[in-house]
Ligand binder design. Structure first.
Ligand SMILES: *Cc1c(COP(=O)(O)O)cnc(C)c1O
Length: 357
């Protein structure tokens, strides 16, 4: 199978080989060193300030989202949540669950966030802005400069879910003034699912000190205390942390985050060029390099997903909910090559020849 989904994605041979090894004991100086190296490289690639800190939580990306809300926000906050799809909706639900007052900016599928959406929230006493930089469900990549300027003008605490865009699109945590950035191991990090990575600015660290977290497992005070010595409070997904280490070093050795973003952008461009002539429409106003969301004009999106899986041995990414029949997505993250895309294009062309699309 070739995997063109947006997570879990394909891993490099070096990352996969680690998955076959015995899991080492981890309360050791050697594992602490590996964790410090992970922290250093994540900060480097996120362009985080020197005084920011990194936490690795065992759980999928959503654990990072909930950890951020539970450890830095309270009922005294007033948040703005961008809700452009199922991941934005998850933040809405988290604010409801944890009693964080909020207003939501609801965007229709495929629509970009514009200055006019923000205008009515200017100077209205909000404290926090929460956004999924890339709303993966619809493939919309938001304008972070617009959001950053708004947050700086209004002195807002900025939480950014970068789960599918970290290492796929540019992100400069320090210059944007982002306070929390979250990513997950199974997106562009191209490791198995199981680790959420969070970078916390000094402002976020101050909030963590004062907010009472009502979940021991996800309490950042405890995680940060342990991270001082390169450890985690509870047994982490040790193998995945070792795989993340191999992957971060692989990116560093191959030219760093800019080279990795350029590689992903080139794959996205190659695919988008090659689908011209097929009965698909790109349905996002603002694309990330991570994924191309497509509306097939002549067949059901879910039927195409099933055909490609069952008859051609490849996974494209189906959409859920209301978009199940109308949109599928093709990812560009993970260990993929142009030759892989050639096989996918051949499959689409074959379906077209057979009159299926
Ligand atoms: C994948 C993803 C998540 C997290 O999903 P998990 O299944 O919990 O890993 C959150 N936000 C965005 C934007 C994502 O792409």
């Amino acid at each position: 199978m070739i995997n063109f989904t947006v997570g879990p994605v394909q891993s490099s041979d070096a990352v996969r080989a680690i998955g076959a090894e015995q899991v080492p004991y981890f309360r050791t100086a050697e594992f602490s060193e590996l964790m410090f190296e992970n922290e250093r490289l994540v900060k480097k690639f996120a362009k985080a300030s020197d005084d920011s800190r990194v936490v690795f939580i065992t759980g999928s990306g959503s654990a990072g989202m909930e950890t951020a809300i539970m450890n830095t926000l309270t009922p005294a906050d007033k948040a703005i949540v961008v809700n452009g799809g199922s991941f934005g909706h998850r933040f809405v639900e988290l604010c409801e669950l944890h009693n964080v007052p909020f207003s939501e900016i609801k965007l229709a599928p495929g629509k970009a966030l514009k200055a006019e959406h923000l205008a009515e929230y200017e100077g209205k006493g909000y404290t926090t802005f929460i956004v999924n930089k890339h709303e993966t469900s619809t493939g919309v990549h938001y304008d972070m400069q617009l959001i950053s300027d708004f947050c700086k003008r209004n002195n807002l605490f900025l939480i950014v879910d970068c789960i599918s865009t970290f290492l796929a699109d540019p992100f400069d945590m320090q210059s944007l003034g982002a306070d929390i950035m979250i990513t997950g191991s199974q997106k562009a990090l191209a490791c198995p699912p199981g680790i959420a990575v969070m970078v916390l600015s000094s402002k976020a660290l101050k909030r963590v000190e004062t907010v009472k977290c009502c979940c021991q497992y996800l309490d950042l005070k405890i995680a940060l205390k342990n991270a001082e010595r390169g450890q985690t409070p509870w047994t982490p997904a040790v193998s995945i942390l070792r795989q993340i280490n191999a992957r971060l070093k692989e990116i560093d050795a191959n030219g760093g985050v800019e080279a990795e973003i350029a590689r992903t952008a080139a794959l996205a461009k190659y695919f988008r060029e090659r689908i011209k002539g097929l009965p698909f429409e790109i349905v996002s106003e603002s694309l990330s390099n991570a994924v191309t969301p497509l509306h097939p004009t002549t067949a059901s999106a879910n039927d195409i997903f099933l055909k490609i899986k069952d008859e051609y041995g490849m996974w494209i990414c189906p959409n859920g909910g209301e978009m199940k029949e109308t949109v599928f997505r093709v990812g560009h993250i993970g260990a993929l090559t142009t030759a892989d895309y050639d096989k996918l294009i051949d499959a689409f062309k074959d379906l077209q020849k057979k009159g299926f699309i």
